[in-house]
Design a protein around this ligand. Structure first.
Ligand code: PLP
Length: 401
């Protein structure tokens, strides 16, 4: 018997977020009673007769462990449908290949993950897909961009790495008026902190590599929607391009999701403490954290996010040289490319995650050469602050550059 929690349909009983994160999409194994959904490490499935199978035929199309994760991710975004992919960018690729054809146009936030920009500019442009990158935080700029016929509006809010916000409700109503679909990359906040589908977005995209799995152990992606027709197109495209997630990565992600509500709450609490410390430090010249009143879009953050999130963007006195010295001087924080892990990660977007974004787009989006991105982890915040304090001191020593 399928219970409400296993069902891909909306649960009849509306469980709370924490309960869904733990239980939705899985039940004890019917053969052994094993609590955890097994890792179905198999390519194929024995069929009872020609044309008679149990819903699984070949693991490039679907796999029971991946399906369990899909049911869980759909449930926590309050949606009916999810498809999981080998990486976040595989999810973006499937999305764009499923919905666009030559001559179609995408309007995207100017500040988005660098790989998304590279995919649109370098891989899809030669196939005749046009992308315009605009400041989607500016309603007038979005209205103007949508005057040309557009198929898809792609926003990332908060944007990686500037943390600039886009008003999701406004973007969805403008997209709808223009006959375009709205996609929200919800990687930086997760459904624990932001629910784009409730704000009338059509599709939510995740790099599950980040907070969803949360332990720096897997790469993965997901597309989530309430629209059966869109879901069918994603399933078809995922199969044709062969971009499904592996069962082991899906299994690890299923375990990670269980603690998502707890982790996000602690990430936010720690990030708020660290942001307050940095903001009051004399060597920090510019700081963006959506949970602080000083954040230029604080009112919008309060309206569409449950909390400020785990990311902080800042610059230090002495420009690029000092920023680089700071990143080279941390001991506890890891200088690395990822974000959203249990461990605190510090990143130099211009030389790392956003290196492939053209300098003119970086400049327009406010991704300056001295920008430092901090993904605050789950360590004791006193230890993170002590590490940053020491690195800020060390960053001053090389003089101004
Ligand atoms: C906001 C955002 N979206 C998508 C991606 C791409 O995800 P992946 O690295 O899993 O391919 C990233 C990666 O950093 C990201 O930060």
């Amino acid at each position: 018997m399928i219970t409400a929690l296993e069902s891909v349909e909306k649960p009849e009983t509306h469980y709370c977020f924490e309960t869904l994160a733990l239980h939705a999409g899985t039940t004890a194994d019917p053969v052994t009673g094993a609590m955890l959904t097994p890792i179905y490490q198999t390519t194929t499935y024995r069929q009872e007769a020609v044309g008679k199978n149990r819903g699984f035929k070949y693991s490039r199309s679907e796999n029971p462990t991946v399906s369990a994760l899909e049911r869980r991710l759909a449930a926590i975004e309050d949606a009916e449908f999810a498809t999981c992919y080998s990486t976040g960018l595989a999810a973006t690729s499937a999305l764009l290949l499923a919905l666009l054809k030559s001559g179609d146009r995408v309007v995207s936030s100017q500040a988005v993950y660098g790989g998304t920009v590279r995919l649109l500019r370098q891989t899809l442009a030669p196939f005749g897909v046009e992308a315009e990158f605009v400041d989607t935080a500016d309603g007038d700029a979005l209205v103007k961009a949508l005057q040309k016929r557009t198929r898809l509006v792609f926003i990332e809010t908060p944007a990686n790495p500037t943390l600039k916000l886009t008003d999701i409700e406004l973007a969805s109503s403008l997209a709808k008026q223009a006959g375009a679909l709205l996609v929200v990359d919800n990687t930086l906040l997760t459904p624990a902190l932001q629910r784009p589908l409730d704000m009338r977005a059509d599709i939510v995209l995740h790099s599950t590599t980040k907070f969803i799995e949360g332990h720096n152990a897997t790469v993965g992606g997901a597309l989530i929607t309430r629209d059966a027709n869109l879901h069918e197109q994603f399933l078809f495209t995922r199969n044709t391009i062969g971009a499904i997630q592996s069962p082991f990565a899906a299994w690890l992600t299923l375990q990670g999701v269980k603690t998502l509500p707890l982790r996000m709450a602690r990430h936010c609490k720690n990030a708020c403490r660290v942001a307050q410390f940095l903001e009051s430090h004399p060597r920090v010249t510019r700081l963006a954290y959506p949970g602080l009143q000083s954040f230029p879009q604080f009112e919008l953050a309060q309206r569409q996010q449950k909390a400020g999130g785990a990311l902080i963007a800042f610059e230090v006195e002495g420009g690029v040289g000092a920023g680089v010295r700071l990143m080279n001087s941390v001991r506890l924080c890891a200088l690395a490319e990822n974000l959203g892990a249990a461990e605190t990660i510090i990143t130099h977007p211009v030389s790392m995650t956003h290196g492939s974004v053209p300098p003119s787009q970086r400049a327009a989006a406010g991704i300056t050469d001295g920008l430092v991105r901090l993904s605050v982890g789950l360590e004791n915040p006193d230890d993170i602050i002590a590490d940053l304090e020491h690195a800020l001191e060390a960053s001053a020593k090389g003089g101004l550059s």
